[in-house]
Design a protein around this ligand. Sequence first.
Ligand SMILES: [Fe+2]
Length: 299
Amino acid sequence: MTAYVLAHLSDPHLAPLPQPSARELMGKRVLGYLNWTRNRHAFHQRDVLNALIADVTAQRPDHIAITGDLVNISLDAEFRQAAKWLGSVGPPEHVSLVPGNHDAYVPQMHDRFASEWADYLRGDKATPGSSVTFPYVQRRGPLALIGLSTAVPTLPFMATGQLGAAQLAALEQTLAGISPDEAFRVILIHHPLDTDGKRRHKRLRDADELTAILRRRGAELVLHGHDHRHATLWVDGISGKIPVVGVPSASAADDGKHDPAAYNLFAITRESDHWRCDMRVRSALKNGTWKNVRQTRLI
Ligand SMILES: [Fe+2]
């Protein structure tokens, strides 16, 4: 039986950063702009991202999941640039997206992602032109892709995320309504479920509530970004542990200090009465060629 292959990448932080107008450069954006011009522009490179996408395309996955932070300081021009980039990655039938904290960087832009990238954020049951709601469910092959939004504006120096009570309740209902025998349930979320003490200012504020829902209802795989590093965590589900997998930024240059750009491929097959999921990590070697740098069976 041929496996269904899902590619997961995150945090492209698209460069170049368009020049903000004086009106746009206020509040938290001032810090974000300085951070970009002093540090981040050297780390998030468009060439690196282009090479990653070229490799994803060459691998011909059945579907692509992107877990947020397409933009940097939520400028108008960044959203338009990101919409164009999304189109170059693939059409909405082939690409699922959830937003990150940088996609709702300031209060006045808290829902801009929902209008600019709507086609990639709508569930199968939503009518064209309707507003975006979370969680969404997109059925693709054997997958039920369940997209969550943790993107909320925060104060300067904070990068926390929040699902909120309404989204958590809707997620519980959604998971309860999809049998694991019927679909391989993949949850897409920007923030990770665990955050150490040093990164409390970046945590998902209602991670405990989400973990409790997973324990009650189960899921087959959780994919996230945000930390810009490889991570695999196991949380309790109904009938075993659920893998929670994070990837580095898709545009990360190899600076010797952080995880360089990488993405993961998940090969999903149904074996008699259970799912099997094998993960391959793909990253660039020093000579610029992309290779499998790690392979492992998750479930
Ligand atoms: Fe990010």
